[in-house]
Design a protein around this ligand. Structure first.
Ligand SMILES: Nc1ncnc2c1ncn2[C@@H]1O[C@H](COP(=O)(O)OP(=O)(O)OP(=O)(O)O)[C@@H](O)[C@H]1O
Ligand SMILES: [Mg+2]
Length: 395
């Protein structure tokens, strides 16, 4: 379906011009309004309000700001008589999504609509049921967020399915840095609207992080995190799971087995426990496995993955398995330099270096999560591991 526009114009000449631009970009003009008669709200069902901006009109600024602040409203595109740094700053402050000036290049306009469509793609429903996978670090800094971010990209690639990443590291969630995005909205706004969740509202809250994938960011401020409770998490995850049509929801639970994490686990199909190749890491993993064993969470499949794996290390896989009394699902190669470079640059390693051993191991992990897609054969450390695991499972 084409993108639906409404025009808000000052002069009839510009109304005609904007209509022509919309139609040349394969958009559909649904209605237009004179700026002198601004309606209280933007009309339902419209994707974009394309507005001819008028300088020195505080009422108009106020209207734009009000519309842009509401995630249920259409996106706002502004048309300026002339573009200047001041105008751009102003548009940004008001919450406009795109700015144009005469003459509008058709290609620029098409790209702007494409960006918008990427945002709204989230409405499309997956044919397969949503699978919720939680990731929990056995210790701080074991690479949980690194794994979640890279896996989100792998799972969304090749149209395997739409992915939503939920940052449940409420106090210190930093997944936005891994994707190099600057989210406008966070989980806290969802909490504020928890009694009236709807699909279009949520679609505007999610931050696009690439094709087929979105982020629900953690609150921006520490004090905001404190108002979130397990009841909120239950409502949100249940709604996301049942209504948004994602193939996968990946939850970064940080490294606390607290009431927020417990609620996420209750609603998850599987849990990836991320640990390190060290005595403290494995000892915490054992504690967590013991607690999870006592809790007997129904239908929750638990896997242990060891990140930062060094083949030369004295702790072997069988040492780890003997200690934990559980098979280790896989390992992810260690490369401090590349991993830290990718995090600091906000560029996912699986995208910049798809053949790197870490990427190869992560592809195996993605292949395990989505077994209908054959994982590529690689030289990653996990490969032999999984071979061994699969052969063990054969009757
Ligand atoms: N396979 C790896 N090899 C080497 N370094 C890694 C690997 N995976 C992650 N790292 C490094 O570990 C650092 C911490 O990663 P990350 O932030 O994902 O940890 P975390 O477990 O989410 O931490 P926290 O518990 O604080 O949320 C990253 O900056 C990255 O450089
Ligand atoms: Mg983290």
């Amino acid at each position: 379906m084409s993108t639906q526009f409404s025009i808000y114009y000052n002069s009839l000449e510009n109304q005609k011009y904007l209509r022509q631009i919309i139609e040349s970009g394969a958009g559909k003009l649904v209605e237009s309004h004179d700026l002198a008669h601004l309606p209280a709200q933007a009309v339902n069902g419209i994707d974009v309000v394309f507005l001819e901006y008028q300088e020195s009109n505080p009422e108009l600024d106020h209207w734009i700001e009000k519309i842009a602040a509401n995630p249920r409203s259409p996106a706002i595109f502004l048309y300026f008589k002339e573009i200047s740094t001041n105008n751009l700053w102003k548009a940004l402050r008001l919450g406009a999504k795109e700015c144009f000036t005469f003459p509008i290049q058709e290609e620029d306009f098409r790209q702007a609509v494409k960006r918008l469509v990427a945002r709204t793609e989230v409405r499309k429903i997956s044919a397969k049921p949503t699978q919720v996978i939680s990731f929990l670090g056995c210790k701080g800094g074991v690479g949980t967020s690194f794994l979640v971010a890279n896996l989100a990209s792998l799972l969304a690639q090749e149209h395997r399915g739409k992915v939503l990443v939920v940052d449940l590291d409420l106090g210190f969630g930093q997944l936005n840095y891994f994707f190099d995005v600057h989210p406008e909205h966070t989980l806290i706004e969802v909490i504020e609207n928890i009694e009236k969740l709807d699909i279009i509202y949520l679609q505007n809250i999610f931050c696009p992080i690439g094709d087929n994938r979105y982020l629900l960011p953690a609150p921006a401020r520490l004090e905001e995190a404190e108002i979130i409770n397990a009841g909120h998490v239950e409502k949100i995850i249940t709604y996301l799971k049942n209504n948004l049509g994602f193939r996968w929801i990946l939850i970064d639970c940080c490294h606390q087995l607290d009431e927020i994490t417990m609620k996420a686990l209750e609603l998850s199909e599987s849990l990836v426990l991320v640990t390190a190749q060290s005595i403290p890491g494995l000892s915490n993993a054992k504690k967590m496995l013991d607690t999870l064993g006592l809790l007997k969470l129904k239908g929750l499949e638990v896997e242990v993955w060891v990140n930062c794996w060094d083949r030369q290390h004295e702790l072997t896989v069988s040492d780890a398995e003997n200690f934990l009394g559980k098979t280790i699902a896989g390992t992810i190669t260690c490369d401090h330099q590349q991993a830290s470079f990718s995090v600091n640059e906000g560029k996912l390693l699986v995208e910049t270096s798809p053949r790197h051993p870490i990427s190869a191991d992560l592809k195996l992990m993605a292949g395990k999560i989505s077994p209908e897609d054959t994982p590529e054969k690689t030289n990653g450390s996990g490969w032999k591991w999984l071979q061994r695991l699969w052969s063990k499972k054969k009757p």
